[in-house]
Each structure stands twice: as C-alpha cells, then as structure tokens.
Design a protein around this ligand. Structure first.
Ligand code: FES
Length: 78
C-alpha cells in the first residue's frame, strides 16, 4: 500500500522550505534551481542532487515540481 503523497512531504515553516527528497535532504527550492540550470528530468535530478536514488518515494513530486517550474518559465516567455 502506498503512503499518501502529502504525508510524505515535510514542511519547514520557519524558512518555508519543503523537503521533497527526505533521503537526500533535497528541497523544492534546490529542485527549481536545478531546473533553472538545465535539469529537466528525474535522471538529471538524480545525477545532480541524488533525488530519487534511494527509496524513490519522492520521484513523482520531484517531477511535478520540474513540470510546474518549466510551465511557469514557458508562460513568462510567451
Ligand atoms: S525520498 Fe527521495 S529517494 Fe527517498
């Protein structure tokens, strides 16, 4: 049985960080920074930050953050 996605996400309210990959302590901000630097898929995130390299439960959320970030970038460019 899968753990609900939201229960796997930890929010740190003091700094507004959201840890996406708990195994590697990678935040949503770090994933967006990686996307800005040209990382646009999970394989690239794995190479750059180790996201998804252990338990893998973060992969869906990490990909969603990249997709959202790229969509925002495209909308700003249009
Ligand atoms: S939470 Fe990312 S590999 Fe486990």
């Amino acid at each position: 049985m899968h753990t609900p996605l939201l229960s796997r996400i930890v929010f740190v309210y003091t700094t507004r960080l959201m840890y996406v990959c708990l195994c590697r302590a990678v935040t949503d901000t770090e994933i967006r920074e990686a996307a800005n630097s040209g990382t646009h898929d999970l394989e690239g995130l794995n190479d750059a930050l180790g996201v998804g390299a252990n338990c893998g439960s973060c992969r869906e959320t990490a990909q969603a953050i990249i997709d959202e970030h790229l969509a925002e970038a495209i909308s700003y460019a249009a």
